[in-house]
Design a protein around this ligand. Structure first.
Ligand SMILES: *[C@@H]1O[C@H](CO)[C@@H](O)[C@H](O)[C@H]1NC(C)=O
Ligand SMILES: *[C@@H]1O[C@H](CO)[C@@H](O)[C@H](O)[C@H]1NC(C)=O
Length: 323
């Protein structure tokens, strides 16, 4: 009994460290002007579930995203209640996940929360196989993965894992590669579907498009608001990373997941998830998104959430897209 409680406490304490998805904002190397091929026929009549998305550029769509998507369960260090397949089934098309080297086998990439001793959600390969299986069965859908590289693993190891899982065939390569695709050159969701390149992959640190062309450098493409927020009103949309970056030319990610500070340890605020993830009202997805939209004159591209099944994430996504 005692032992079990103690174990939980230790996990909770360790939670502090893990909530931060460690990242290093790489300075942007932008400038690119080659154009996506816009000639592909859009054959799909619905794209990500709606006809309206077919003609919208990827960079002009707002997605709600699952923060720490593979950490499913009821422990303090777990951020989601439902499995990846169920997140996709409910309409989430943007999955964030932390990667680390496995403790047991340094050649394996593992989905762990800061440390694999704290939270180990299996291998990256198995996660990718799950997402691939879902893409196979849902041909009119575009999914994005945002991965963190907490152990500074060489990009070729990511490439090998993607290849082994079979998912790399779906991966989108910008026409500008290896240079960054400018924000106004992204293909439409419909074009991505008809080209079969329905998986967009970003990595926070260590991407190298000359070695693996479909793993895109997150901070060349996005800026993010602060994470590990404990202010339930979510009243801040300022740029946190990359530090000192300009909003211009970048898509943006709003970190809309609430933490609670327990004796200096930040853990996901499970209790208030329904309010945090409401479509409207104080501290809701809609409220923070409109604050940010006022600041940047465009809607967020991504709003990352804990506990995506709570509140009204899908309604909020529709609202963000003006649907
Ligand atoms: C808002 O967020 C920025 C970026 O993380 C931070 O530097 C700033 O201190 C925050 N402002 C407030 C009032 O918390
Ligand atoms: C998409 O474009 C519309 C029209 O300009 C704009 O209102 C909206 O904020 C844009 N959304 C994103 C995510 O860029």
């Amino acid at each position: 009994m005692m032992g079990h409680k103690f174990h939980r406490l230790i996990l909770a304490l360790c939670g502090t460290l893990l909530l931060s998805h460690t990242s290093w904002g790489a300075p942007s190397a932008n400038g690119v002007s080659s154009r996506e091929d816009a000639s592909a026929d859009t054959t799909a009549s619905t794209c990500n579930g709606r006809s309206e998305y077919c003609d919208r550029s990827y960079s002009n769509v707002s997605f709600v995203g699952s923060h720490d998507s593979p950490f499913v369960g009821k422990l303090p260090q777990q951020n989601q209640n439902i499995k990846i397949e169920n997140q996709l089934d409910m309409g989430v098309r943007y999955l964030q996940a932390q990667t680390h080297h496995s403790v047991l086998d340094k050649s394996v990439l593992q989905l762990c929360h800061t440390s694999c001793f704290l939270e180990d959600a299996g291998t990256l390969k198995s996660f990718l196989e799950t997402v691939k299986g879902w893409l196979d069965e849902n041909p009119n859908e575009v999914i994005t993965l945002l991965l963190t590289n907490g152990d500074s693993v060489d990009i070729t190891e990511f490439g090998d894992t993607f290849s082994e899982s079979g998912i790399s065939d779906y991966a989108f390569v910008p026409s500008s590669s290896p240079d960054t695709l400018s924000i106004d050159k992204w293909p439409t969701i419909g074009e991505m579907i008809s080209s079969g390149k329905r998986l967009v992959v970003f990595l926070d640190y260590g991407a190298d498009a000359k070695k693996v062309d479909y793993i895109l450098n997150e901070f060349n493409y996005y800026f993010e608001t602060a994470y590990d927020v404990t202010d339930s009103s979510f009243s801040n949309c300022s740029i946190d990373r990359p530090s000192g970056a300009s909003a211009s030319g970048r898509m943006y990610i709003v970190n809309h997941f609430l933490d609670v500070d327990i004796f200096g340890v930040k853990i996901p605020d499970r209790e208030h998830a329904s309010k945090t993830n409401a479509a409207t009202g104080d501290g809701s997805i809609g409220a923070q998104a409109s604050l940010c939209e006022g600041q940047y004159n465009r809607a967020p591209n991504v709003v990352l959430l804990d506990f995506v099944d709570k509140g009204d994430a899908m309604q909020a996504q529709k609202d963000l897209n003006g649907l």
